[in-house]
Design a protein. Structure first.
Lengths: 285, 312, 253
């Protein structure tokens, strides 16, 4: 195992890690603010990938426009899903969980019927490679890393400094108190849904040129998101980042050297974390 | 009260007599599949009755299915011994998992249950030598003849499933009517309050969990020997979700809910003559409709209709 | 000496909620536990009743070391608590709430519970009789068939006590029972508390409403920032400079 190879494994881990962070932050955002475990989140990831596929390959749009448009489309869908399905059960814990499962099944079930079950692919934006410390790294992966980091920075800045972001944090802390302060809880939820779905769609769009696009990638994505947020802490964005990076590296290294066991490891860690420290690394109880 | 008893009795008699009216394999298959699901779903309902929403019930069905297959095919046991042993194996696994996890509530518990379900599924996939891997275990034999009744045809299987279903139902009914059932619902409604008057939460949650998973194991075993095949594909997260779905569609509040839900959800896709591809969409739509229009589940339909028509 | 707290300490992460608390509750008395908001009263309650394990120190109930025992075990030994919020079986009637509390106090084995027939009948009759007595005693009989969630505040608190009484406590811990009550409801509740003591139940009441508790307690323990700052009769406490300082600026004084 050469040093160059090791660098490649690391970079791959970084790429997986930041994309997991993007997916997981959306997921965590919804849980933190809406106290909802949005199982449909994976479907938004999948739809982001398919939107990019359709726009890029079928309509001939350039990648960047497809990327942005996919985010917007998925965000809109997220808001629609909120209004139709999530809002009526907003304050009920168990029913929200069930309806989220239902929506996940609905979208996940419709996708193969609408898009077909074949694997699709999206052409990468960058086809070159660069050499770094002796390793050969694809530019496309570097591009994904940079864009994903950019998204995370944008999200963090938004939550920290924008008025809506502050409203979201207030609602996450104490919904009733926030409402009493005049913060529109429903509006906050809508924004949250939109941003979260956009992030999921963005992740799908980013990974579309690198991995296969088919209707079943959504389940995989939401499972990953779940592992990440459990490790990082449900409701915590820094947690989603930390957990995402951790999982990314563990998977990259694990898949290279351990093979199939790696996936099991992820879930075993989930169980251990939930038994020993349910709040994860950064979560609040 | 009398109406309930009478209704249940009629149902029972009808199910017993059914094969005398029709031996159509299509209908028998639906009923057998209903029974297999119902046994497991009754188990889910029991676990949920203590306030623990499990999203990993399929794990215990898998344990039952694989334990049964291995006991029969590798250890040479009779199916009739393997069946209860599979249930016990599932219950034992439930005990081991329940001890550290049942003190956790809410979404955290739900996540744990399906993390474990995924672990079971991945273990099966990654162990081709002993557990058949992702190819599954083909050629699982049908049950050996019992009292010289062969079990290679559907009618015999139908009565087997009916028998186990009746047992399951009786156990669930007895629990519900008993003090232990009251303890379960008190835990569900207010576990702090229950603790403060002396209820040992862990003990009762474990009892519900182990019994519930015992029946999941039985269900898995019957499944394996009916379809003569076991595969990790049958025990994914979606199967666990289906267990939850079926009890919600049927009606969580009533002890016959699991049966009604299992029957309806087995029947509908068949009636629509759609292929398996449409199943998730159909199920999702039914679930959503039930959640919005009939939260008490299908079993609450007669009462709702009566109120609508005759007023209250 | 019914309950003895020795050197009781509780940390949450880095936060010290209780620090080396020492006091006792004597048989037959009404002990008031006072402290401003955030002083650690509820944590103390939760630790004594077993809902949180202490970080250090010991709790003795009737000479038995119950430190670290789970809540259900402590309740079975006769130490029962009520809750600050309204912790009731909201969708059940008053009658059902008290009756089910009896059902939950079971020492019988599993199979007995499942198959009980004649045992059940005798037990059930006794439970119903006892429930009826409790409801009458607390003047809840008129609202017997009301859903718990529909009751006014004062009656909900009384129902909380009724449920606790089903467990036949020797020591009853009341967690801020007067919160949200109007003066008339408070007065009635205090009367109730006196009546309970007269019937042989020892009581420890956590409150931050000073006036009400001063009137009914035989002794008081005052805590602030998790530490005991005073212990004594109401007269002694009222004059205690540390207590006055702790409550300075607070309306209730």
């Amino acid at each position: 195992m050469t040093f160059a190879f090791f660098i490649q494994v690391l970079v791959n881990g970084l790429m997986l890690g930041v994309t997991y962070a993007v997916i997981a932050s959306g997921f965590s955002l919804i849980y933190g603010i809406m106290r909802l475990l949005n199982f449909a989140h994976g479907d938004f990831y999948m739809l982001g990938a398919f939107a990019t596929f359709l726009l890029c390959e079928k309509l001939g749009l350039d990648y960047f426009s497809s990327f942005l448009l996919s985010m917007i489309l998925v965000a809109l869908l997220g808001v629609i899903v909120y209004y139709i399905f999530f809002r009526p059960f907003r304050d009920e814990h168990d029913p929200s969980l069930v309806i989220a499962l239902g929506v996940a099944m609905l979208i996940g079930g419709l996708a193969p019927l609408v898009f077909g079950t074949d694997d699709q692919s999206v052409a990468p934006v960058f086809s070159g490679v660069i050499r770094f410390l002796g390793a050969t790294l694809s530019l496309e992966r570097i591009f994904v890393i940079i864009l994903a980091i950019g998204l995370m920075i944008a999200l963090t800045l938004f939550i920290k400094f924008s008025k809506t972001g502050q409203a979201m944090r207030a609602v996450a802390q104490d919904q009733e108190a926030a409402a009493l302060q005049g913060i529109g809880v429903n509006a906050t939820f809508v924004t949250c849904m939109g941003i979260s779905s956009a992030l999921a769609g963005a992740a799908g769009s980013l990974l579309a040129p690198l991995f296969v696009v088919n209707p079943y990638i959504g389940t995989h994505a939401v499972l990953k998101a779940l592992v990440v947020v459990v490790i990082g802490g449900l409701g915590s964005i820094p947690g989603a980042v930390a957990g995402g990076l951790l999982l990314g590296f563990v998977e990259s290294i694990g898949n290279t050297f351990l093979g199939g066991i790696t996936e099991i490891l992820g879930f075993v860690i989930v169980m251990i974390v939930l038994i020993v420290k349910p709040q994860g690394l950064f979560g609040h109880a | 009260m009398l109406k309930n008893r009478l209704g249940t009795l009629i149902l029972f008699v009808a199910t017993v007599l059914f094969p005398l009216i029709s031996q159509d394999p299509f209908f028998l298959n639906i009923l057998i599949t209903t029974g297999i699901w119902a046994i497991a779903v009754w188990g889910v309902r029991l676990v949920m009755s203590t306030g623990q929403m499990t999203l990993g019930h399929a794990a215990y069905m898998a344990v039952g299915a694989y334990a049964s297959s291995l006991l029969v095919m590798k250890a040479g046991l009779s199916f009739w011994l393997a069946l209860p042993l599979s249930g016990l194996t599932a219950a034992l696994v439930a005990l081991m998992i329940g001890l550290p996890t049942l003190r956790i509530k809410g979404v955290y518990f739900s996540i744990i249950t399906f993390a474990f379900a995924e672990i079971i599924r991945l273990i099966i996939i990654n162990w081709p030598n002993f557990l058949g891997g992702s190819g599954g275990i083909p050629g699982i034999p049908s049950p050996e003849p019992l009292f010289s009744i062969p079990f290679t045809n559907r009618v015999a299987f139908y009565y087997l499933v009916l028998f186990i279903s009746v047992i399951t139902y009786s156990v669930m009914w007895a629990i519900e009517k008993s003090r232990i059932g009251k303890i379960f619902s008190a835990i569900h409604e207010g576990d702090d309050l229950a603790q403060s008057v002396g209820v040992n939460l862990m003990k009762y949650k474990l009892i519900a969990f182990c019994i519930g998973c015992f029946f999941a194991g039985l269900s898995g075993s019957i499944y394996a020997h009916y379809f003569n095949f076991a595969s990790p594909e049958f025990f994914t997260i979606w199967q666990s979700v289906y267990c939850l779905l079926f009890v919600i569609v049927g009606g969580v509040g009533h002890v016959l809910g699991p049966l009604v839900g299992s029957f309806f959800m087995t029947l509908v896709p068949e009636l629509l003559r759609k292929t398996k591809e449409y199943e998730p969409v159909v199920y999702a739509l039914i679930l959503i409709l039930v959640m919005f229009l009939l939260p008490g589940g299908l079993i609450s339909l007669p009462v709702r209709l009566k109120t609508k028509i005759f007023g209250r | 000496m019914l309950l003895k707290i020795e050197n009781l300490t509780k940390n949450f992460g880095g936060v010290v909620a209780l620090w080396q608390l020492d006091f006792e509750v004597r048989q037959g008395e009404i002990l008031g536990l006072l402290g401003p908001n955030g002083s650690g009263k509820t944590t103390l309650f939760n630790v004594i009743s077993g809902f949180f394990p202490p970080t250090a120190g010991s709790i003795f109930f009737e000479e038995r070391d119950i430190t670290g025992y789970k809540p259900h075990r402590i309740a079975q030994y006769g130490l029962v608590r009520t809750f600050q919020g309204t912790n009731l079986f909201k969708h059940r009637t008053v009658w059902e709430n008290v009756l089910i509390a009896h059902h939950l106090m079971i020492r019988a084995g599993f199979l007995e519970l499942l198959l009980n027939r004649s045992l059940a009948r005798a037990d059930e009759a006794a439970a119903e009789k006892h429930s009826q007595e409790i409801l009458e005693y607390l003047n809840l009989t008129p609202v017997k068939r009301e859903l718990a969630q529909n009751l006014p505040h004062g009656l909900q608190r009384a129902l909380g006590v009724a449920i606790a009484l089903a467990a036949e406590p020797r020591l009853l811990l009341l967690d801020e029972p007067l919160t949200g009550m109007n003066p008339e409801e408070s007065r009635q509740f205090i009367e109730l508390v006196r009546g309970l003591r007269d019937r042989g139940i020892t009581l420890m009441i956590v409150e931050h409403d000073m006036k009400a508790i001063m009137g009914v307690s035989d002794r008081l323990v005052v805590i602030n920032f998790g530490q005991k700052i005073a212990e004594g009769t109401p007269e002694e406490i009222q004059k205690n400079p540390k207590v006055i300082e702790a409550y300075l600026g607070s309306e209730v004084w």
